[in-house]
Design a protein around this ligand. Structure first.
Ligand code: NAD
Ligand code: LMR
Length: 334
């Protein structure tokens, strides 16, 4: 990433919400673009959220962040996405206990049509978009289909939280520190059908199978724990993950903005072109390496055994159904 004196302008929707309350302070502190890169924040809320947002603005001012050069707080999408280099689409309704994320499609899906259009009309030419609001893969698809003129490889859906959850479970099982677990891909949807790929993961630079031989645990309890972690947090906290979600958003943008090490990759939802037998056109979790110059590529050549194949196919089937449901509800071709 090249450091510039011109601030990187980051638009954050739902900035007064639970994730927003953690996320915007971490961006302002320099945790995303580094300790030398000035930033500006465009904070976007719905009218009912504006009073609370004023409180967030006051706290940002009171933090006296040296890198934070400008704050815009608005409920107008055109103002909010004006000149944004990054748009982090968080604002939407979270699920409650007992719901699946796709149950939110009817409430949240339509948010991303207007936001996609407003990003296309107002954002900086180099804009990148990360969708966090659920169901994030399909919401990202809705946003990109309405953002006429912006290349679709600029849109991302967040699967990094699942990746971090998977790494934490694998580290505990192997008895190593979480930082020693690398290259865990979340294939498919950010949902309870996702496939956290343990086959190609590495621990201390070696194949995971050198450390974890309990295949039954990997194929059963491990996958299920990661798939259902969001629901477990909702049950325990009474509301969905927020600080860990903000952390994953910070890491996703940082990873996309910087060059990936040659032997490492990370997980993010991107528009598939059919990699690993996924369906072209769907926003799908895949293994990604960033060039650090605004482009990225899918890591090729990972082994996909039969067990993994079936899991990935099931998640792609769900993504296809979500796309079709959203297209019908919105009366749009997705
Ligand atoms: P929250 O309810 O605490 O905050 C959401 C905020 O968004 C509120 O302040 C609300 O006023 C605002 N908002 C609603 N509609 C908006 C719109 N159209 N434009 C701008 N702002 C709008 O919720 P939260 O805990 O911050 O979660 C936000 C979303 O993130 C939810 O959909 C949740 O399911 C999702 N999420 C995704 C992941 C992931 O890994 N992808 C992780 C955690 C949460
Ligand atoms: C998560 O994974 O924590 C979020 O997607 C919130 C949820 O609904 O589970």
């Amino acid at each position: 990433m090249v450091i510039s004196n011109t601030p990187i302008r980051v638009a954050v929707t739902g900035a007064a919400g639970n994730i927003g309350y953690s996320l915007v302070f971490r961006i302002a502190a320099g945790e995303v673009f580094g300790p030398d890169q000035p930033v500006a924040l465009n904070l976007i809320e719905i009218p009912q959220g504006m009073e609370k947002l004023q409180g967030v603005v006051m706290e940002l001012q009171d933090s006296a962040f040296p890198l934070l050069k400008d704050i815009v707080a608005t409920d107008d999408l055109n103002t909010g996405f004006k000149d944004a280099n990054w748009a982090l689409l968080v604002g939407s309704v979270p699920r409650k206990d007992g719901m699946e994320r796709k149950d939110l499609l009817g409430i949240n899906g339509k948010i991303f049509t207007g936001q996609g259009r407003a990003i296309a009309a107002n954002a900086a030419k180099n804009v990148r978009v990360l969708v966090v609001g659920n169901p994030c893969n399909t919401n990202a698809l809705i946003a990109l289909r309405h953002a006429t003129g912006i290349p679709e490889d600029r849109f991302f859906a967040m699967t990094r939280l699942d990746e971090n959850r998977a790494k934490a479970q694998l580290a505990a099982k192997a008895g190593v520190h979480v930082s020693e677990v690398k290259n865990v891909t979340i294939f498919g949807n950010h949902s309870s059908t996702q496939f956290p790929d343990f086959y190609n993961a590495q621990i201390k630079g070696k194949p995971l199978s050198d450390f974890i031989t309990d295949e039954a645990w990997l194929q059963g309890e491990f996958i299920e724990t990661v798939q259902k972690r969001g629901a477990a947090i909702i049950k325990a906290r009474g509301s969905s993950s927020a600080a860990s979600a903000a952390n994953a958003a910070v890491e996703t943008v940082r990873l996309l903005a910087h060059r990936s090490p040659a032997d490492e990759w990370f997980s993010v939802g991107v528009v598939s072109t059919g990699e690993y037998g996924t369906t072209p056109g769907l926003v799908t979790g895949l293994p990604i390496r960033s060039t650090g110059r605004g482009t990225w590529r899918v890591v090729e050549g990972l082994s996909i055994p039969e067990f993994a194949r079936a899991k990935i196919d099931a998640s792609i089937k769900e993504l296809t159904e979500e796309r079709d449901t959203a297209a019908e509800a919105l009366g749009a071709k997705l």
